[in-house]
Design a protein around this ligand. Structure first.
Ligand code: NAD
Length: 352
């Protein structure tokens, strides 16, 4: 049996813990090192997961010659510098979403990847959810025909972690666009076949969090003025080079009926429509003049965060392409960046 790829994870917070089961179950990889500046937390997590090597400085993990794969699970602002350093050190890199908060940084990451000849993947776990895989497989048969319009939304009534790592742009890069917009946008573009976005018209809003007493059940009162400079809501209309269009809505704070989070997508094609996550398909029999509604059957599978790590190790081990290429994340961040620019300039933005 081939030698297993050795994995080091940088940042051992909430999301890293969802990656560990993937590395542990992968037939191609093993988790051997962790890095985090919080020494006590690092030691505790390493002991819990039986990981022998620990580094308080991420650059020391990156320099470890034993490692083949670096898994970046830090706050957003460190994604680009750590990923570029790891690629330059000859490691394959899987990096949490957003790959970086701006398209400019993703361009630099792509250049570093190309120079290194290593694989780079964005951890967009929703693509590895059983419901997503079932719908994507059906779309690839051509059952819906040409998908020419989509609607995607990820809306929370009052759902955010009220910490400056989320609410200050210098730490997060943006509000719900960057935090959760990347999820629904990445998933929708992937279902549409990743058409090239060419223009975006968008608006961001910042209203409810300013109301005295504004709170989230996820952590109490919201940060005040000096600790919040990001949007709380955004809506956008996107045009693609193939003539397709998309409407996007994202929020952390909105008077929208939901328990926790409402994440949905509609895809509209010439032969049919589809809804995620219910997997309903809407088709038409023109001969009998009937509308037909069916629901796709989904098979189970591994939890999506774990599954994305297994897929990355499989790609590295067997010379396959990146399961989530950085070019697709560049398009996602170009749209989100376009929303900010469109809102600030009150006009449609043509994307490069
Ligand atoms: N895919 C998903 O479902 C999902 C969900 C939550 C978060 N995320 C993403 O995961 C990333 C981390 O979020 P989280 O919720 O785990 O945050 P977290 O605060 O729980 O953990 C982040 C960890 O990174 C460490 N850290 C900070 N700066 C570092 C540095 N320079 N080098 C090394 N370690 C550093 C912190 O000490 C902390 O332990 C973010 O980019 C976020 O967008 C993804």
């Amino acid at each position: 049996m081939a030698k297993k790829l050795k994995v080091g994870v940088i940042g051992v917070g909430g999301i890293a813990k969802t990656h560990f089961p993937g590395w542990k179950s992968s037939p191609d990889a093993e988790l051997v090192a962790l890095a985090d500046p919080m020494g006590e937390v690092l030691k505790k997590v390493a002991a819990e997961h039986g990981v022998a090597k620990t580094y308080e400085k991420p650059e020391d993990l990156i320099a470890d010659p034993d490692l083949d794969i670096v898994d970046v699970c830090t706050p957003n602002m460190y994604h680009a510098p750590l990923t570029i350093a790891a690629l330059n050190a000859g490691k394959h890199v899987i990096c949490e979403k957003p790959l970086a908060p701006t398209p400019a940084e993703i361009k630099q990451m792509i250049a570093a990847r190309d120079k290194s000849g290593k694989l780079l993947m964005t951890a967009q776990h929703f693509r590895f959810d059983g419901r997503s895989k079932a719908l994507k497989a059906e779309l690839e048969t051509g059952r819906l025909g040409d998908v020419y319009h989509a609607r995607g939304w990820m809306l929370r009534r009052a759902g955010l972690l009220p910490r400056t790592s989320f609410t200050l742009k210098k730490h997060s890069g943006g509000g719900p666009c960057i935090d959760i917009g990347v999820h629904i946008l990445d998933l929708t573009l992937w279902m549409m076949g990743n058409p090239k976005p060419i223009a975006v018209s968008g608006i961001t809003q910042d209203r409810l969090r300013k109301i005295p007493g504004s709170f989230t059940p996820w952590g109490g009162l919201l940060p005040r003025e000096k600790d919040w400079d990001v949007e709380e809501f955004a809506a956008a209309f996107v045009r693609f080079s193939n003539g397709a269009t998309m409407v996007l809505e994202v929020s952390w704070l909105l008077h929208h009926k939901t328990t926790g989070e409402d994440m949905q997508m509609w895809l509209y094609g010439e032969k049919g429509g589809a809804h995620w996550p219910t997997l309903e398909l809407l088709e038409t029999n023109y001969k009998s003049q009937q509308h037909l509604n069916t629901t796709l059957v989904m098979s189970g599978g591994q939890e999506a965060h774990a599954a994305e790590c297994v897929a990355f190790a499989d790609a590295v081990a067997h010379g396959k392409p990146s399961p989530v290429p950085a070019e697709q994340s560049y398009d996602v961040l170009s749209i989100l960046d376009g929303i900010y620019r469109s809102s600030a300039g009150n006009k449609e933005i043509v994307l490069e």
